[in-house]
Design a protein around this ligand. Structure first.
Ligand code: ADP
Ligand code: MG
Length: 754
């Protein structure tokens, strides 16, 4: 039966249907179409009455044809078919007056226009009933539909009961994710054709029977039948519950298996020693660790001491002090004779980590040239793609020979020519830029599986963590170090208050006069490029669509403008963006860190990790171009030095514009967890589970990570139990097979590499 699922679709529904399905949906197998579920179901109660049609919205209505006329177009070849329809109220005796020209004048009637509507002309005959769906438009002051999808209802080949008005009224109409060329009902036809040829009872069921009994699930065959062809809302709800759990179980089992595989690997234990670098570092710490830093530090210390690899996700708000936690773990590993690698998402951030880690290590950090302080110091080495060849060569040598104890870098660390002497710990900073595959590429560089610590400042709701990072254990750093000042965020709407544009720079001047520094963030680099970012910045951009024709603030244009801004005369300002040569970026950043540069005009290169405590004001221009989590990250750059921070979100959008919702949300709270919930609500699921980190999970069909927490939780517990009793799933071949199918082949390869 498994073979049946893999069959080419055309073997079951015929060549021509299969070709259309493949062309528009990319589905080629029986399995693919069987699992292509309706997005929602309509009941007749939901149908839009003609009298209440909303302009510019997609509507679906059932109507009866009152008249149909076809004429030739005047200017070009082709025909126009005008069909006048009336709400079908299910009663007989509609005022059907043959030949009367209604033209939508009678209340409850609507004109539907088809250009070259050959099929419409043939099918939409007077008296016929049909389901129409399309967008309501206005033409010469009159609402109408143009070339909508339609389906003749009395012709519906699948509902023999369609003549029974009561049954029809109760019967949900499945709505499939459709395309302009392939309307929902055609998909429905293909699915029904498939259901008729399949022996559903023979389908392999990955859900263990004990679980199915506990959950009172429908049999699998029944669930497939009812999700595609329900007779009542109850039908599809029960079918969905069953198939949704099914999906959650397969996904969570894949993750549980990966966790089990990772845990079964043998790593080198890196035990704490009483008098090494870590002890010396702790003794000189200029502050006390927060309770959270201390507790997580203990967890890491004990996991590093085991001979199975640590795989941990550390979540913590911006500024919660994750770096110290990571550095202490790195020192423990170095004390135990291993190397630690820190992977940062951008060159700027890697360089910053390099500087700040060397600074916090003080005398414990040794320069390559001055070796020989014995065991009491560690060489910290920076390795990035754009380093001069000679420095890079030296860094590569130091990593390979073991001279370097801590190696800090970007993606460059993943490249083939980087080798380590004995890589014991990988720390990934700001996880959202590194996917599972990249983590695995780094892991492969160690002789034995290394310990892994992934850090993220984007708070992740629990179920998202279980889904996206389900192969990692999670720790949360939920308090900020004492003395952290609050950040106040204000929305500056230039549409309603153009004069505020000038106020922003006066406000910046005040901040600078008080001895502080200012960030100005722009969505673009150059005046006439269109978001021409470095690859790193492009990664960071969240793909939000811009307004047509609006000139967005760019680094170069803003710098030019600010240089002649009277309020800022004499202020030293500098641009920073991804297209500058690395040495320029480094110099600019150093100037800002040293308080030589008062105002930094940049792209989102400063989004993560940059730490300049003296910066107190951040102005984000065209803030509507950024996503919620990006804005939250950005503003985390101010208010770090015990000085209150201010963030101005500047937008030219009109009040009430949908994109201003994001800005309002960010201004309303500094609670990262709340924001990330909000963010997920406003964004599409696919963006959260994007290919970069989802490992095939962008194929989630019925599961919504925010809505189905309980299902995901139960599935996770069940999966954990199944996998711990039977790691190879020998007694669960259907589940093993489903996991295999669920992940696409490349992704499956990553799971098995573990
Ligand atoms: P993030 O979690 O955003 O990476 P960092 O690790 O960069 O935060 O820490 C932010 C700042 O807080 C740094 O300047 C760091 O030295 C400081 N810091 C970290 N831990 C503490 C602490 N326990 N007490 C006071 N300051 C701390
Ligand atoms: Mg950080």
């Amino acid at each position: 039966m498994t073979a049946e699922l893999d069959l080419a679709l055309e073997r079951r529904i015929g060549r021509s249907s299969a070709t259309v399905i493949e062309k528009h949906l990319g589905i080629t197998t029986v399995d693919g179409l069987l699992n292509y579920f309706p997005r929602r179901y309509m009941s007749r109660g939901e149908l839009t009455p003609i009298s209440g049609l909303p302009l510019d919205e997609e509507v679906t209505l059932i109507a009866r044809v009152l008249s149909s006329t076809t004429r030739n177009m005047q200017a070009r070849r082709g025909t126009i078919t005008d069909v006048i329809v009336s709400d079908d109220d299910g009663k007989q005796g509609l005022r059907l007056v043959g030949g009367t020209d209604y033209r939508g004048k009678v209340p409850g009637t609507l004109k539907i226009t088809f250009f070259n509507g050959f099929k419409a002309k043939k099918d939409l005959l007077q008296g016929r009933r049909a389901l129409f769906s399309g967008k309501v438009t206005k033409f010469k002051g009159q609402l109408g539909l143009t070339n909508p999808d339609f389906q003749l209802l009395d012709d519906d080949p699948f509902s023999e009961d369609s003549q029974d008005p009561e049954k029809l009224a109760a019967m949900p109409i499945p709505v499939y994710p459709a395309t302009a060329k392939l309307p929902s009902w055609k998909i429905q036809n293909a699915v029904h054709a498939l259901l008729e040829t399949l022996d559903l009872d023979a389908l392999p069921d990955p859900v263990p029977s004990a679980v199915a009994r506990r959950e009172k699930f429908l049999p699998l065959a029944e669930a497939y039948r009812l999700i595609h062809a329900p007779e009542s809302a109850e039908d599809w709800r029960r079918a969905r519950d069953r198939l949704r759990y099914h999906e959650a179980l397969v996904l969570q089992s894949a993750l549980a298996r990966r966790r089990a595989q990772l845990a079964a690997e043998e790593a080198t234990a890196r035990r704490r020693i009483p008098d090494g670098l870590l002890a010396a570092f702790d003794a000189n710490l200029p502050f006390t660790l927060t309770a959270g830093q201390d507790a997580i530090g203990k967890t890491l210390a004990s996991e590093l001491s085991r001979d199975s690899p640590m795989n941990r996700l550390l979540q913590g708000e911006v500024g919660s002090g994750k770096t110290i936690v990571a550095l202490r773990a790195m020192l423990q590993v170095v004390d135990a004779g291993g190397q630690a690698a820190l992977l940062a998402p951008t060159e700027v951030l890697a360089a910053q980590h390099y500087e700040s880690i060397r600074r916090s290590l003080g005398a414990l950090s040794r320069d390559g040239l001055l070796g020989g302080f014995g065991g009491a110091s560690v060489q910290v080495t920076l390795l990035t793609g754009s380093m001069p060849a000679s420095a890079r060569k030296q860094a590569l040598l130091d990593a390979a020979s073991g001279t370097a104890g801590i190696i800090i870098g970007t993606h460059a660390l993943l490249s083939g020519n980087v080798t380590f002497y004995d890589l014991g710990l990988i720390v990934v900073d700001e996880q959202h830029r590194f996917g599972v595959e990249q983590r695995d590429a780094l892991r492969a560089k160690a002789r034995k599986p290394p310990h892994l610590l992934v850090m993220t400042a984007t708070p992740i709701p629990r179920t998202v963590a279980m889904t996206v990072f389900g192969d990692l254990e999670t720790s949360v750093l939920d308090e900020l170090p004492a003395g952290r000042a609050p950040i106040s965020t204000h929305l500056v709407g230039l549409a309603e208050n153009p004069a505020w544009a000038g106020r922003i720079w006066a406000r910046s001047r005040e901040e600078i006069n008080n001895g502080h520094q200012v960030y100005v963030v722009c969505p673009k680099i150059g005046a006439d490029d269109d978001g021409d970012f470095s690859p790193e910045e492009a990664d960071a951009a969240e793909g939000l669509d811009g307004e047509n024709g609006r000139e967005l603030a760019s680094v170069t244009a803003v710098v030019e403008h600010l240089q002649s801004e009277p309020a800022l005369s004499g202020v030293s300002l500098a641009p920073l963006h991804g297209r500058q040569p690395p040495e320029v970026k480094t110099a600019v950043m150093a100037g800002f860190v040293d308080n030589q540069v008062k105002m930094l005009v940049s792209t989102t290169v400063i989004e993560v990790g940059v730490d300049v405590p003296n910066a107190t004001l951040m102005v984000i221009l065209d803030a509507d171009r950024f996503g919620i989590s990006q804005l939250h990250q950005l503003r985390g750059r101010v208010g770090r030095g015990g000085l209150p921070g201010t963030c101005l979100l500047v937008t030219a959008l009109e009040p009430g514009h949908p994109s201003r919702k994001r800005l309002e949300a960010v201004a309303a709270t500094t609670d990262g967890f709340e924001l990330s919930q909000e963010d997920l609500k406003l964004r599409r699921e696919g963006d959260i589970l994007g290919a970069s980190q989802s490992g095939g999970r962008s194929t989630l069909r019925l599961l919504r990570v925010l809505e189905h927490e309980a299902v995901i939780g139960r599935a996770r517990d069940d999966a954990q139990q199944i996998v711990s009793q039977d790691p190879l799933l020998a007694a669960h071949p259907e589940l093993a097979e489903a996991i295999h199918k669920y992940l696409n082949p490349e992704k499956e390869a990553f799971l098995e590499r573990g």
